[in-house]
Design a protein around this ligand. Structure first.
Ligand SMILES: [Mn+2]
Length: 500
């Protein structure tokens, strides 16, 4: 058979697209094609719930039973953090156990103790080699457990995070999330980090991803998790407890990894349970982490939450037993952690003033980052949330609009463009490259003067109720920043330390 030129062309195009499809299939099946040893460690699955619908808990249990090799699944432990599903759930447990003897167990808290304590209760009750501590509003995917169990068979010191996918709460559609590492910012809020460069060089989509921290759901060697102190039972409700575990794992001789082939779908909640305002618990938990694990870097957490370093007005409870644990385990310091495990976090040792900034002419309005997107700071009624958080550095830089302190999420610096009457905000590294005037002279209770243009940051009243933030020839206006870092000597020590 002779092919015409046109037919050859089509054939070639077909081959090329087949190759693309094949590559995608290889990518898709790389996890499915993986084989795992038969004799893996056994598994206890802990499911935490509070105000959860019965159907949701049953979906979780069913998916675990159907998708975990029966000879490896030792038990499913339900931890009820004071729920109201007594009889209906008991009946279902009996039915399950009739088919799978002693598979399901339930622990009921007599009063609400919060997520962290519920996770600890589940760990205490577990008896298998490995424990996976999950939310109850999840469904596990095919072959979710084998990657975890075989990784822990290789190395018992890894704290593992499966990859989350998302189940939409309104239609139960599954949205696949891409694999990421788990990190956090200086407020100790969790966030996703890009995959590390070293992972790409492995050219293996199934390879474990080294991760600075961990998000909500974890799997670990049961005994190892106990050896390093499970979770901090002094934490309230949630927030910060996962960062605490991440730091503790790394600093005390373990590791944290995300396993791309272990996937768990998490049902997004329409409303978060527990408190309407979590920030009190979250701040408190963040300060516990800072005080126990972060050494002199702990001030960054205070800065990020806009709390005064001395007398922050938050009782974070007794941390002495956690400090003892750190000593007993002979854990490394945060300095080692930030340099070796999480260099994406930027330490800012030069902050000398932070918080809201007010002009003495009118003290119910604050400097504010202004509309986003946009790069014009404004005066706005004071609310003291992060758009109004200013960070003044001894170098003369002034960040406006909260503290990121991460390499890949730059802070914005206040700059004087030198023309017009408005100051601007620009990503600090860009401002630096563009040679913008971003250095300011300022002392508490005095003028804010641009070092380059000698103009002052001031306010003008277009009318008595509307004040504008402007750059102009200095008229002697004075500013105050909410908190100052009193101990300048201490800041100097940190600076030297940061350069080491
Ligand atoms: Mn959840």
């Amino acid at each position: 058979m002779r092919l015409s030129h046109r037919e050859l062309h089509y054939l070639l195009a077909l081959c090329l697209s087949l190759e693309t499809v094949l590559k995608l299939l290889v990518f898709y099946y790389s996890c499915k094609m993986k084989t795992y040893p038969e004799d893996l460690p056994t598994l206890s699955v802990v499911l935490i719930f509070m105000n959860e619908a019965l159907s949701i808990i049953l979906r979780a249990i069913t998916s675990i039973i159907n998708r975990t090799p029966a000879h490896l699944l030792k038990e499913i432990i339900l931890v009820d953090d004071y729920n109201d599903l007594k009889e209906p759930l008991e009946t279902h447990i009996k039915n399950y156990n009739a088919k799978h003897p002693e598979l399901l167990k339930i622990i009921r808290h007599q009063k609400r103790q919060g997520l962290t304590q519920a996770r600890i209760s589940g760990w205490e009750a577990s008896a298998a080699d490995v424990v996976a501590i999950l939310d109850a509003h999840i469904e596990v995917n095919m072959a979710w457990a084998e990657p975890i169990l075989s990784r822990l068979k290789e190395d018992r010191t890894v704290i593992i995070s499966p990859v989350f996918d998302n189940i939409r709460f309104d239609d139960f559609e599954l949205l696949q999330y891409s694999v990421a590492a788990d990190g956090f910012d200086w407020a100790l809020w969790c966030l996703y980090e890009p995959l590390p460069a070293e992972w790409y060089t492995l050219k293996d989509e199934t390879a474990p991803v080294r991760s600075p921290s961990i998000m909500g759901i974890i799997a670990a060697d049961r005994k190892f998790l106990g050896e390093i102190g499970v979770l901090d039972s002094g934490m309230h409700i949630y927030g910060g407890e996962n960062v605490e575990l991440g730091l503790r794992a790394w600093q005390c001789g373990g590791k944290v990894e995300v396993l791309p082939c272990s996937r768990i779908a998490h049902l997004e909640r329409a409303h978060k349970p527990y408190l309407p305002d979590l920030s009190i618990a979250v701040k408190r938990n963040a300060l516990r982490v800072a005080e126990v694990w972060m050494d002199e870097y702990k001030y960054m957490v205070y800065f990020a939450w806009n709390l005064p370093i001395e007398n922050p007005g938050i009782d974070f409870g007794d941390v002495s037993s956690r400090k003892d644990l750190r000593k007993k385990l002979n854990c490394k310091g945060f300095d080692w952690y930030i340099k070796n495990i999480y260099p994406n976090l930027i330490f800012l040792p030069n902050i000398v003033g932070y918080g809201t900034m007010k002009n003495t002419l009118k003290e119910d309005i604050c400097i504010d980052q202004g509309p986003v997107p946009g790069n014009t700071p404004i005066m706005y009624p004071c609310h003291a949330y992060s758009p109004q958080h200013i960070f003044y550095h001894s170098t003369g830089e002034m960040y406006v609009g909260g503290l990121h302190g991460r390499q890949n999420a730059g802070d914005r610096c206040l700059a004087d463009p030198g023309n017009g009457d408005l100051p601007v905000l620009e990503k600090c590294d860009i401002a630096m490259n563009k040679g913008l005037n971003l250095h300011w002279d300022f002392k508490q209770g005095s003028a804010v003067i641009n070092r380059g243009t000698k103009r002052c940051l001031e306010v003008t009243a277009d009318n008595p109720v509307s004040y504008r933030l402007v750059m102009q020839t200095c008229t002697g206006q004075r500013w105050n920043i909410q908190h100052t870092v009193k101990d300048w000597g201490k800041a100097k020590d940190l600076e030297q330390k940061a350069q080491h």
